[in-house]
Design a protein around this ligand. Structure first.
Ligand code: MG
Length: 260
């Protein structure tokens, strides 16, 4: 972490209403083969719990996972702030923001499912995941030389039906009928909470929309390698945990100062 990050963290720690918005996979949890067994690493769980205990401070998860999946792996309670499906679904402290599909969207999703199932069936190791607003084609267990062909076939299938937003992620290509992004998710949370400062952390290409939604004084933190619009970077989830620990310590110290 650079000295500049330390200064930026100090400024953010003093904001009246702080939102800490975290991607989940690869950001506060390590990648695992069974997506439902992923959990926040203990080093990050501790500062997250301490941040939640502070006044005027909120921690939210903003993920590409469907809301139900995100709630399960984060072991969410009724107060949890969760944004799933890249901003298309949200649970804001008990209130579910329900964005139902219309008939046309449902029809196009059905056609997409049939076409993608054919592509996946002829590609050993490929897995098709149903998402609330689309489908994901997982390539983690596909032979490397078979991946480009499968992805091209999948894109072609989606283009034939039309009207899908496609997203490249780590070992996944997704198609969605809604063009929401993680930036929309961050904005939803910012407005819901009246946040005056935001820390957004993510590791994947789709998190770039979250970094683009940062305002002056906010912090975008990129995890791992790759081009990014974020101003700051850490290597892995343990690096994220370290930043969260510093943030909670600075903010807790300020609260003590204000109370004295
Ligand atoms: Mg991620």
């Amino acid at each position: 972490m650079t000295a500049m990050t330390s200064e930026a963290l100090r400024t953010l720690a003093s904001t009246p209403r702080l939102l800490v918005a975290l991607d989940f996979d690869g950001t506060v949890a390590d990648f695992v083969d069974d997506p439902y067994s992923a959990r926040v690493i203990p080093e990050a769980a501790e500062p997250i719990a301490r941040l939640r205990d502070l006044n005027n401070t909120w921690v939210a998860f903003v993920s590409g996972r469907p809301l139900n999946s995100l709630a399960r792996v984060t072991e969410a309670d009724e107060h949890a702030l969760l944004v799933g499906s890249h901003g298309a679904e949200a649970r804001l402290g008990g209130g579910v923001v329900d964005l139902g599909l219309d008939d046309d969207e449902r029809h196009r999703l059905f056609e997409l499912a049939v076409s993608l199932a054919e592509v996946v069936d002829r590609t050993p190791g490929a897995v098709l995941e149903h998402k609330p607003f689309g489908y994901g084609v997982h390539t983690r267990n596909v032979a490397a030389d078979a991946v480009p062909r499968m992805l091209a076939d999948a894109r072609h299938a989606a283009e034939r039906i039309g009207g899908f937003l496609d997203r490249d992620g780590k070992d996944i290509l997704e198609f969605a009928v809604r063009d929401t992004t993680k930036g929309d998710g961050v904005e939803l949370l910012r407005q819901h909470l009246g946040a005056t400062g935001v820390l957004f952390v993510g590791d994947d290409v789709t998190d770039e929309d979250g970094f683009a939604a940062m305002h002056a004084g906010d912090i975008g933190l990129k995890v791992g390698a790759g081009a990014t619009a974020a101003l700051y970077r850490v290597a892995d989830p343990r690096g994220v945990a370290e930043v969260l620990r510093k943030l909670v310590e600075k903010r807790a110290a300020l609260a003590v100062g204000q109370g004295a």
